[in-house]
Design a protein around this ligand. Structure first.
Ligand code: SF4
Ligand code: SF4
Length: 156
């Protein structure tokens, strides 16, 4: 008999505890994000979709050294290099990346590519919108990654 009373008491205590959580949560401020209507706020060091940076003259910072792709543990960076000419200068170095693709179906956002880059040409941006219906759309091309020029927000 004593054990039955004990079990009923335990069940009652669990119910009170559970409803206590429900009641407390009901009156808390909601944390629902209204994405995509409202863009979420991310931390300054958030590793989002990469950005291929330009220098102060608008030239591409990437000099096609392949260090980022060598450092990538997911093997998801594909680069094709080409030579700059006097008639057509794309970067400040000898070479530039004619093709620069990142396959976001493989990228693990580890940041190794960013650390490996000697010219700070590749950085993480803050964009999080990576949910296409077609897997092929996960491969981002250079024109999708390249910093918009002139910049929308003038540099400090
Ligand atoms: S963040 Fe990591 S996995 Fe993604 S491209 Fe860079 S090195 Fe590769
Ligand atoms: S992004 Fe940086 S590391 Fe990668 S190829 Fe260009 S210059 Fe080299």
């Amino acid at each position: 008999m004593a054990s039955v009373i004990g079990e009923v008491g335990e069940a009652f205590a669990a119910l009170v505890k559970g409803f206590g959580v429900t009641l407390r949560t009901m009156f808390r401020k909601t944390t629902t994000e209204r994405f995509p209507e409202v863009a979420p706020t991310v931390q300054p060091r958030y590793r989002g979709i990469h950005v291929l940076q330009r220098d102060e003259n608008g030239l591409e910072k990437c000099v096609a050294c392949f260090l980022c792709s060598a450092a990538c543990p997911a093997n998801c960076i594909f680069i094709e290099a080409a030579e700059n000419t006097e008639a057509q200068r794309i970067s400040a170095g000898e070479r530039y990346a004619k093709t620069y693709n990142i396959d976001y179906s493989r990228c693990i956002f580890c940041g190794y590519c960013v650390e490996a880059c000697p010219t700070d040409a590749i950085t993480h941006g803050h964009s999080i919108e990576l949910a296409p219906y077609d897997i092929n759309a996960m491969i981002y091309r250079k024109d999708q990654l390249l910093e918009i020029w002139p910049p929308r927000n003038p540099r400090p």
